[in-house]
Design a protein around this ligand. Structure first.
Ligand code: HEM
Length: 326
């Protein structure tokens, strides 16, 4: 540890430049600056995914077009494609930041390629990037709806796009009635749960730690939303299987983190040994659920029963929802 750093209450090391403001604002500003290379990488990944989706739509190989045949023009639907691309980079970054968080809070690996402090910094910067990518995904979807709703006046066009994208329960078409609120839930939980870190000196480290645990819910909602609504993983084919498979390392690390937490206070001792019975049972149930998820994921991948639809020979023309009319 260098002389200009000090460990905070989680063992994280805070550079001198981030230490000054008791209000935490400098720490957030410092992390935002540190997230720049990470965010640049995310933009590059998003651009590559966008180019890939654009080319597939242009070539007629797009699954999005197979689900919604009217979308066979990438020049018109480029904002929708960009929203999808931000969705994928957001999910990839969410995967990475959750894996880093679980590595930090679970059993300490004997050897790490980088120091714990570096891992902690990566966890914070990737989580900031994830929030930005999730927001960009939702905003591009709203922008596409503004473009799409040509039959109404501008004020209503803006309102409908905003409400469909950001007001839970407003979007009223098909699978989106469930999938969109799941995505909104993930976005609306991610932002406070991620940013609370920067005010943890006000709310107390224990309160922050207790709340921060619920970040796993954000991740589960994001994956659920994608499996339910992503047209590029709509059919029961390998991209969908790969998405399920990617969840296995997360579930294994979560199980290990619960069974062997880094913080001794979180270890599950024998029943009645210092922890109140209801709390002990709740914690034991959490571990059982995590083990069941690992088994469930293996079963899904091995059995290939992954909830994917069969690709029909002929697709009816569908729209994401009917255009609004005055
Ligand atoms: C306000 C919140 C959100 C809204 C309105 C929203 C909207 C949508 C819509 C309309 C789709 C369908 C696109 C398609 O045709 O595939 C979609 C798919 C997707 N969303 Fe979201 N979403 C939200 C939150 C999230 C969050 C938090 C994540 C996590 C990173 C996410 C990741 C994805 C991914 C990966 C897809 C699949 C895209 C594809 O199949 O190419 N979404 N979302």
């Amino acid at each position: 540890m260098t002389s200009d750093t000090r460990p905070d209450e989680d063992g994280a090391v805070t550079p001198a430049a981030q230490r000054r403001a008791p209000g935490g604002r400098v720490a957030l500003r410092g992390d935002l600056r540190a997230a720049l290379p990470d965010a640049t990488a995310a933009v590059v990944v998003t651009a590559l995914v966008f180019a890939f989706l654009y080319a597939r739509m242009g070539s007629g190989a797009s699954d999005t077009v197979a689900v919604m045949p009217f979308m066979d023009d990438p020049g018109t639907y480029w904002m929708y494609l960009l929203s999808q691309a931000f969705g994928w980079s957001g999910l990839l970054w969410a995967w990475g930041t959750v894996m880093l968080g679980l590595l930090l809070s679970g059993p300490r690996p004997a050897r790490l390629p980088v120091s714990r402090q570096v891992l902690e910094r990566w966890h914070r910067t990737t989580s900031l990037t994830t929030m930005a990518l999730m927001s960009a995904h939702a905003l591009m979807f709203a922008a596409e709806l503004v473009r799409y709703e040509t039959k109404v006046a501008w004020a209503e066009r803006l309102w409908v796009a905003f409400a469909d994208s950001f007001v839970p329960g407003w979007y009223d078409s098909g699978t989106g009635r469930i999938a969109i609120p799941l995505g909104q839930g993930a976005l609306y939980l991610a932002i406070p749960l991620g940013l609370l870190f920067y005010v943890r000196h006000r709310i107390g480290a224990n309160t922050w730690r207790r709340l921060h645990r619920f970040v796993i819910v954000v991740y589960v909602l994001s994956v659920w939303h994608t499996l339910l609504y992503g047209t590029n993983v709509w059919y029961g084919e390998w991209p969908r299987t790969a998405l399920w498979l990617l969840q296995l390392p997360v579930a294994v690390l979560l199980l290990l983190r619960l069974l062997k937490p880094a913080r001794r206070a979180e270890k599950l001792g024998p029943p009645g040994g210092g922890t109140a019975r209801p709390a002990w049972w709740a914690r034991a149930a959490g571990r059982a659920v995590a083990a069941a998820v690992v088994v469930g994921l293996i079963a899904v991948v091995v059995s290939d029963r992954d909830g994917g639809r069969d690709r029909p020979a002929h697709q009816p023309a569908t729209a994401p929802h009917a255009q609004e009319t005055d």
